[in-house]
Ligand binder design. Structure first.
Ligand code: SF4
Ligand code: SF4
Length: 124
């Protein structure tokens, strides 16, 4: 079984373009949605994303909706804890596909580190 982990050198989920995430209002509070939209910068990337390192500049203080942990996914998406792993992997694959492409080096790196889960039916 593949175990989810965030891999170095990715950052795909820091591409926040709201047009790619039409369901934001379904899982964010109104305050969070306002916060989310305030973070969207040039090209749809989060203003806190360091493009050189592909890391979050406020990692310890990042918002709840950036935290890929079982508690957050249960609250936001209703994902049971025993489903978290597969759901998180699919979310990453979906996001990496959208940002870098299905055959990108980033996807290859993610799949090498984490493994693959078929059927990309989820979206964050
Ligand atoms: S898409 Fe997944 S692997 Fe990439 S930065 Fe986000 S959590 Fe990490
Ligand atoms: S706050 Fe940090 S983790 Fe959240 S989207 Fe921005 S750069 Fe990424």
């Amino acid at each position: 079984m593949e175990i989810w982990q965030c891999v170095e050198g990715c950052g795909a989920c820091c591409h926040l373009d709201p047009s790619d995430r039409p369901d934001l209002g379904d899982y964010l509070t109104s305050e969070e949605l306002t916060h989310y939209l305030s973070l969207v910068g040039e090209g749809g990337w989060c203003i806190n994303f360091d493009h050189a390192t592909r890391k979050c500049k406020i990692y310890q203080q990042r918002p709840r909706f950036c935290r890929v942990i079982p508690e957050t996914f249960e609250q936001m998406f209703g994902v049971e804890r025993d489903e978290f792993n597969d759901f998180a992997i699919k979310c990453c694959q979906q996001q990496i596909t959208g940002v870098y492409g299905k055959n990108s080096p980033e996807m290859e790196h993610f799949n090498q580190q984490v493994g693959t889960v078929e059927n990309l039916e989820f979206r964050i």
